[in-house]
Design a protein around this ligand. Structure first.
Ligand code: NAD
Ligand code: TYD
Length: 346
């Protein structure tokens, strides 16, 4: 049962697993929030080993019903509110889904004695990382946004269920994923689709924040490896192990599109913006996993997908999204970059 399987990473994971394991049956259980989209799963829709149930992970009865009816043995939990900026504007749904919803799934797994619950976590639980350190799984958590705090709570509850009840759990903590079917609120699809339409790219602050932009299939493969070879009760980081500045990502993206850097517009920074994430991924590599895509390949491949798939994103950008964009970016002041602090931590 892939909860949140109609979202970005979940839908890529479903396609990857159906392809790789011809004897697996997969149920997607998804509430279909603004970020859930059955278009993401159109190409597997008639596969006999795939089924879909619309449901909320906070609804214990509905989740139990789906587990019973579909004879579920494993839950992979992608279901979450996933965007930092939305968590700053409106944290409520984050606490409900990411914290309480995860608890509901853990309880259901305990009740039905499932073989595994895999919790899909994030590198944001480590907070911003200074210097050249790469986060290891034993580092203290230090979340700084409501999103990161809600995901940290989910990780902690998952481990608590393992320790207290012996529930068979694993956790992965992924870096910034990019690739097909990512909702265009996240930076890469937002900037690609804006640039295609010659609209400006709102770079927060100086744009020198550092992220590990990882191709989504590398993340899916990492989760697959942990599901099959990971140790119960353990956490595994999933990233490329390297990082890049946002401005460098933007330059590659514009180069792939053949668009000018004059589209870049520095705007007021995100409150509490983490300057740097970087993961040490040795623990996952020791299970035999390797990332296959560099940052540059991941960005260029993602750009090409959005260029080829306007049918998918134009619909989204003309709906609820317009109001969201006005709310988040409407009053944001443009920055005079000559006075931007280019080295300080905020
Ligand atoms: P997404 O926002 O694209 O998809 C989330 C999915 O969850 C949607 O289909 C949505 O309908 C569903 N959902 C939301 N609330 C639900 C609820 N209460 N019950 C059932 N379904 C619900 O997110 P994504 O980017 O695909 O991220 C998936 C998971 O991976 C999340 O847990 C996220 O925290 C984690 N993660 C994401 C990234 C990233 O870069 N996007 C990196 C690391 C970890
Ligand atoms: P995002 O895709 O929201 O992921 P996260 O905040 O979870 O890392 O943002 C990635 C980086 O891009 C982050 O440093 C914030 C920055 N960013 C912008 O500069 N402008 C934007 O409009 C957005 C959405 C993000």
């Amino acid at each position: 049962m892939v909860t949140g399987g109609a979202g970005f990473i979940g839908s890529n994971f479903v396609r990857y697993m159906l392809d790789k394991y011809p004897d697996y049956r997969i149920l997607v259980y998804d509430k279909l929030t603004y970020a859930g989209n059955l278009d993401n799963l159109l190409d597997v829709d008639d596969a006999p080993r795939y089924s879909f149930v619309k449901g909320d992970i906070c609804d214990a009865d509905a989740a139990a019903q789906a587990i019973k009816t579909h004879q579920i043995d494993t839950i992979v939990n992608f279901a979450a509110e996933s965007h930092v900026d939305r968590s700053i504007m409106d944290p409520d749904a984050f606490i409900k889904t990411d914290v309480y919803g995860t608890y509901v799934l853990l309880e259901a797994a305990r009740q039905f004695k499932l073989e595994r619950v895999h919790q899909v976590g994030t590198d944001e639980v480590y907070g911003h990382i200074e210097g050249t350190h790469r986060s290891v799984e034993t580092d203290p958590v230090a979340p700084r946004s409501p999103y990161a705090a809600s995901k940290t709570s989910a990780d902690l509850m998952t481990i608590a269920y393992h320790v207290t009840y012996g529930l068979p759990v694993t956790i992965t903590r992924g870096a910034n994923n990019i690739g097909p079917y990512q909702y265009p609120e996240k930076v890469v699809p937002l900037f690609v689709t804006n640039a295609i339409d010659d609209q400006s790219l709102p770079v927060y602050g100086d744009g020198r924040q550092r992220r590990d932009y990882q191709f989504v299939l590398d993340h899916c493969e990492g989760i697959d490896v942990v599901l099959h070879r990971g140790k119960l009760g353990e956490i595994y980081n999933v990233g490329t192990g390297s990082e890049m500045e946002n401005l460098a990502m933007v330059e590659i993206l514009l180069d792939e599109l053949g668009k000018p850097t004059s589209l870049i517009r520095h705007v007021e920074d995100r409150p509490g913006h983490d300057r740097r994430y970087c993961l040490n991924v040795d623990k996952l590599k020791a299970l035999g996993w390797q990332p296959r895509y560099t940052h540059e390949e991941a960005i260029r491949q993602t750009v090409r997908w959005y260029v080829a798939n306007e049918w998918w994103w134009r619909k989204i950008k003309s709906g609820e999204f317009k109001e969201y964009y006005r709310r988040l970016y409407g009053d944001r002041q443009a920055l005079d970059t000559s006075t931007t602090n280019r080295s300080g931590w905020q």
